[in-house]
Ligand binder design. Structure first.
Ligand code: HEM
Length: 514
């Protein structure tokens, strides 16, 4: 009898504790929501998008991290769809700020194209890592000026022609080295090696002549920096953010060393001896004749060197894996590259931009990889005034998160979105705002053409001469900071037997490993 009574009590206490937890959870959410909306006057409050500000301090961060770390990143936004309907705009509390999450292509486009109402809104913690004087944080006027100065020499026909020879020869020699190192003996971490390769290319553009040791040290620090960019900003031992802060300090010291050397060398050589981006940044003057400070140059370099190698390497890895896993797609892409190679005159050394422009199917493979992988899954903006978008209020000072990933995985925009299908890119270009791998508007990726060129040149040579053999083909995928297999795609790069084709004008280059 006593045992039964005890059992009833245990159940009673458990039920009471649960009821209490529900009440506390409800009250904490209500109080947090009230706190951030209390200043919104008149009837405006009712015009906020639906949503949930979550608990104080944490907001939606646990749910976001849980979804991404559990291997189902789409679960985060799906929970808003489920709870509040497919309104495409939701209020939440993310990265310590009240935020509107946007998943509709039209709204993403509207926000990205209106740089007066929506300025850059990266989380403070990210700005601390990338730099207070970087593109993420500088005033719009400075951004326009420095963007023009730095982006023109990277994208565009002349710039790409100038870099193509270096990219082509780097890819050829890198593939050859990997295949000779690995066929007989050990596999390589394909992603890690690709990051080194794309880093070598971006360093050539920005800081040509940097030594191997500087390059390795910089690249290593970027790995730690990136792990902190999308982590919770907890500056305590053992946390990714603390490691990232340390990595930033190291990067700044390394770049300062290179800058000091460059300035000293320029003193001897005189002004105008510029050959790469670092020289341009040292020499550029504004209308009042003012030059950039060291901190300005270093923060620009931190941004560009990072943006310029990390995403391209990841997309190259995924595209190679998708090709290898889909024999029909691989066969079609390979046939196109063989055809292009057949028409290269024997006197031509390496690829030209004309050859690159003929890679129609390969370009579809790259676009589909960009859509499918969503390497930049979200962008950040901030409202400079109260504004109504799509019928909902976005209060002044609130952040906006533009969820490119949700747009790219929306079945109404891309039927059967979880299928890797390059052929969906046949026909007219996508509706504006529905394909955002590089963003849009005045802050569209400054290296989008360069990235596509690098990735395509790599795939061209890979398709013609190599095969990827993964050690752990079913390896789990980790989604933060970027989607990647946890083994960094441990694989062998195996060189294919040489192909002799009587139709081609230059038989030696059909197979890149010749
Ligand atoms: C597949 C490769 C790449 C992807 C997917 C990618 C993606 C993006 C995206 C989505 C943005 C816009 C962020 C926003 O709207 O706030 C961006 C900005 C930027 N990207 Fe890329 N990127 C890639 C490669 C590159 C390369 C190769 C470079 C360097 C040469 C580069 C340099 C930049 C810079 C400097 C910005 C900031 C632009 C600004 O604020 O004006 N990116 N990138």
């Amino acid at each position: 009898m006593g045992g039964l009574q005890e059992g009833v009590w245990v159940w009673w206490w458990a039920a009471a504790a649960m009821a209490m937890a529900v009440v506390v959870d409800w009250a904490a959410r209500r109080a947090h929501g009230w706190w951030w909306t209390k200043g919104i006057g008149g009837g405006k409050k009712g015009r906020l998008p639906p949503g949930d500000m979550g608990w104080p301090l944490v907001g939606g961060m646990w749910a976001f991290l849980r979804a991404f770390k559990s291997g189902d990143p789409d679960a985060f936004i799906e929970s808003f769809h489920r709870r509040f309907g497919r309104t495409g705009m939701y209020r939440a509390f993310m990265f310590s700020s009240p935020t509107i999450l946007v998943t509709l292509p039209e709204v993403c486009k509207r926000v990205l194209m209106d740089e007066v109402t929506f300025t850059n809104g990266w989380p403070k913690a990210t700005v601390t890592l990338i730099g207070a004087k970087s593109f993420l944080n500088m005033p719009d006027d400075d951004h326009r000026r420095l963007r023009k100065l730095t982006a023109a020499p990277i994208n565009g026909f002349d710039a790409l022609s100038a870099y193509l020879t270096f990219i082509d020869s780097t890819v050829v020699s890198t593939l050859r080295r990997w295949s000779s190192e690995t066929t007989a003996s050990r596999p390589i971490e394909f992603l890690t090696e690709l990051r080194r390769m794309t880093f070598r290319i971006i360093i050539q553009i920005f800081m040509s002549g940097a030594g191997e040791r500087t390059m390795d040290a910089l690249e290593q620090s970027y790995t730690d920096l990136n792990h902190g960019v999308r982590a919770m900003a907890i500056d305590l031992p053992g946390f990714a953010y603390r490691r990232a802060l340390r990595a930033r300090r190291k990067l700044v010291a390394l770049l300062q060393g290179v800058l000091d050397e460059r300035r000293a060398a320029k003193k001897g050589a005189g002004v105008g001896a510029g050959v790469d981006m670092m020289d341009r940044l040292i020499e550029v003057e504004d209308e009042q004749g003012r030059r950039l400070e060291d901190e300005d140059i270093i923060d620009l370099l931190v941004t560009y060197l990072n943006a310029g190698h990390e995403s391209s390497a990841h997309i190259t890895m995924w595209a190679t894996m998708f090709l290898q896993d889909n024999p029909d797609i691989l066969a079609r892409a390979k046939a196109e590259q063989e055809d292009i190679t057949r028409n290269i005159p024997p006197t031509q050394k390496g690829l030209t931009l004309k050859d690159f422009r003929k890679m129609d199917y390969l370009s579809q493979v790259v676009d589909e990889t960009l859509r499918f992988v969503n390497i930049s899954f979200v962008s950040f903006r901030q409202a400079t005034r109260d504004v109504f978008v799509n019928g909902y209020l976005v209060p002044k000072g609130w952040k906006l998160q533009l969820w490119y990933r949700s747009v790219h995985m929306d079945p109404q925009v891309y039927p059967d979105p979880k299928k890797f299908n390059p052929s969906r890119w046949e026909g007219p270009p996508p509706r504006a705002g529905t394909f955002l791998p590089f963003g849009l508007g005045s802050r569209i990726c400054a290296g989008n053409d360069l990235a596509k060129l690098e990735i395509s040149v790599f795939l061209h040579h890979f398709l013609l001469g190599y095969r990827l053999e993964r050690e752990n083909p079913n390896c789990r995928v980790r989604y933060l900071p970027h989607p990647r297999p946890v083994d960094n795609c441990l694989a062998k790069i195996i060189s294919l037997p040489p192909v002799m084709d009587t139709e081609i004008k230059n038989p030696r280059i059909l197979c890149a490993n010749q």
